[in-house]
Design a protein. Structure first.
Length: 234
């Protein structure tokens, strides 16, 4: 029986991750991959290096514009803008669009850091400065490097991944502490309770680790948490 033809990876991310797998076609050399990674890093550094104080807002791409959650994200982003922060999101639809829209409402810089996916996630129309990344790891670096604080709305795997990577970097000392506000007690309280029972109680994390992210539903409290990170980022 003949071997099936290797799959052609639909994105550069899959191409680099599956480069050692026989059933996925390698379309680039390591030297070419390194050049692409360097180009993404350079573009991010050059584009974002002068944006000033900024807060990153995470949340679901599937939040419909008609939902209260969309309006809440827009309201919070507008308040952060009025407090003097630029707003950074993943650049896509849903909560990200709402946050970029709120930044526009406040007249501050609205940044979108999009990612190339097999089912393409287009840049929302409320982004002033937009970059599209091939690789998740370069994109995540830009989120953490250029944001003084993070505001996290309910989301799926992507939102949780971004949030826990940020918490891990902070816990391990790889990143200066970035305040994290978790918006939506109904969504987050179960996870916080699980972390307290399954991580803190057996000693897998410390009380200080658990306090790296704080529940905050009031807009003024969210802004206050974000502002507390101004003096520690650089």
């Amino acid at each position: 029986m003949s071997r099936p033809e290797p799959l052609i990876p639909p994105t550069p991310g899959e191409e680099i991750i599956c480069a050692e797998q026989r059933d996925v076609l390698s379309t680039r050399t390591d030297a070419e991959r390194l050049r692409l990674i360097e180009a993404e890093l350079r573009s991010g550094f050059e584009t974002l290096g002068s944006i000033g104080r900024a807060v990153c807002i995470f949340g679901s791409a599937r939040t419909p514009p008609s939902s209260p959650e969309y309006e809440r994200a827009r309201e919070v982003a507008r308040a952060l803008g009025e407090a003097g922060f630029a707003v950074i999101t993943g650049g896509g639809p849903g909560t990200m669009e709402a946050a970029n829209r709120g930044a526009r409402d406040a007249g501050v810089l609205s940044v979108g850091l999009n990612i190339l996916l097999p089912v393409e996630q287009g840049m929302n129309p409320y982004v002033d400065v937009g970059l599209t990344f091939d690789y998740f790891f370069t994109r995540k670096l830009m989120f953490v490097r250029y944001s003084q604080a993070f505001v996290v709305f309910p989301g799926g795997f992507g939102t949780l991944d971004e949030t826990f990577e940020l918490l891990t970097l902070t816990q391990t000392g790889e990143a200066v502490r970035h305040p994290v506000a978790l918006v939506g007690s109904d969504y987050w309280s179960g996870l916080i309770a699980w972390m307290r029972d399954q991580l803190l109680a057996p000693g897998r994390i410390s009380e200080a680790d658990l306090e790296l992210a704080r529940l905050a539903d009031d807009t003024s409290e969210i802004v206050r948490i974000a502002a507390s990170g101004t003096d520690v980022a650089g």
